[in-house]
Design a protein around this ligand. Structure first.
Ligand SMILES: *Cc1c(COP(=O)(O)O)cnc(C)c1O
Length: 369
């Protein structure tokens, strides 16, 4: 249920549609958070999410939006010099956070819509002078998916370089293997690939990161990942968690377990493929549209579609809304040229077919009545 619309019509690339039962689970009487009852809820959320992070360690649970854990990753995981891979708005944000935290930041720019080539990253790291790399797994502003396993392998060749990953539109929808891939922080928010209400953030952190963090003088207090880990070992959070959101998260974690990680990953891949096929059909039919990210670099959760030159993003989004569906506009510098369909969380292929029909009708009114 979202924005007063019936289910299956809300395709914003975050927040995503939340199932009615998950929403209803938020209604709970208050109780103390330093209790076994709260420990039990936190433990269920943690354990339910571990397979989606590829970690055997506790998943950290924070009452903040994902950006809060991006800043925490910088403050607890970087010393002085950060290399930020920038291929869109959110990876640009990661660089900006590091700058505002006083780090010296070098941007490794990649064209918007493309993913970083791990060999390019390797060449830069081989010159030294970097203590951490920031990467966005699924760049929500462009629909590009980074080759995270290969990036992890490259960064793993440099023992003093930590890898900090924003997988806000990756976790829950596409494989993330924090331990196998050597991710020192991998974080997400509740309202994207996990299809929970906004307000919580989750992260897996490595032992290596904790060792470094303990020597960093300016980790702050609220964002200190060391405190999160110490509390998580006792199934607790450093400060009062958003209890109602935790109840929704627990309900959704159960639903995700029932679907299984592989089931979720396959469904998201099928949604992205259906979206790309539709754009291909429209193009074959003479419409000047294309998926921004090339084949092999496409996110399974968000498709960014380049519009014909005579159409503008905001106007198309408004037209699609008139037809009963919510989609995302282009983000940042892509606002006019593109639209984005967020197909993450619990969406079905049937619902996606509905929004695609609405977009097609809006872009090519002559084709359908
Ligand atoms: C939405 C998003 C964020 C920011 O999330 P908030 O929860 O709004 O802080 C960061 N990175 C990516 C890739 C996102 O899609």
């Amino acid at each position: 249920m979202s924005g007063g619309l019936p289910p299956g019509r809300f395709f914003l690339p975050g927040p995503t549609e939340v199932d009615a039962e998950v929403l209803a689970a938020q209604v709970t009487a208050m109780y103390g958070h330093r209790t076994d009852a709260c420990r039990a809820v936190l433990r269920e959320v943690d354990e339910g999410l571990r397979p989606f992070f590829g970690t055997t360690r506790p998943v950290l649970i924070g009452t903040l939006s994902a950006t809060g854990f991006m800043e925490a990753a910088v403050r607890s995981g970087t010393r002085a010099s950060v290399l930020s891979v920038v291929n869109g708005a959110f990876s640009g944000r990661f660089a900006q956070i590091a700058e505002r935290c006083g780090r010296s930041v070098e941007r490794l720019d990649v064209p918007w819509g493309r993913a970083i080539d791990p060999e390019v990253l390797d060449r830069r790291l081989s010159r030294g002078g970097v203590d951490a790399v920031t990467v966005v797994h699924s760049e929500t502003s462009t629909g590009a998916l980074a080759p995270l396993a290969a990036i992890g392998e490259v960064v793993g060749r440099y023992p003093d370089v930590l890898l900090l990953v924003d997988s806000v539109t990756g976790v829950g929808a596409t494989p993330v293997r924090a331990e196998d891939w050597g991710l020192d922080v991998v974080l997400t928010g509740s309202q994207k690939g996990l299809a929970m209400p906004p307000g919580l953030a989750f992260a897996a952190v490595s032992e290596r990161l904790l060792e470094r963090a303990r020597d960093l003088p300016d980790r702050g207090y609220y964002l200190d990942l060391v405190r999160y880990v110490e509390r998580a070992d006792d199934a607790q959070t450093p400060t009062t968690p958003a209890l109602t959101l935790l109840h929704a998260a627990r309900e959704q974690a159960h639903r995700m377990r029932a679907e299984t990680p592989d089931g979720r990953f396959a469904r998201h891949r099928a949604l992205a493929d259906a979206c790309a096929s539709a754009v291909g059909r429209w193009r074959a039919g003479g419409m000047d549209v294309s998926v921004l990210a090339p084949v092999g670099e496409r996110s399974p959760t968000v498709t960014c579609i380049e519009l014909p030159p005579d159409r503008g993003g905001p106007e198309v989004v408004a037209g699609v809304r008139e037809r009963g569906y919510v989609i995302g506009g282009g983000y940042g510098r892509l606002e006019q040229r593109t639209i984005r369909i967020g197909h993450m969380g619990d969406h079905s292929l049937e619902a996606l077919a509905g929004v695609l029909e609405a977009v097609e009708a809006e872009l090519h009114p002559g084709l359908r009545a």
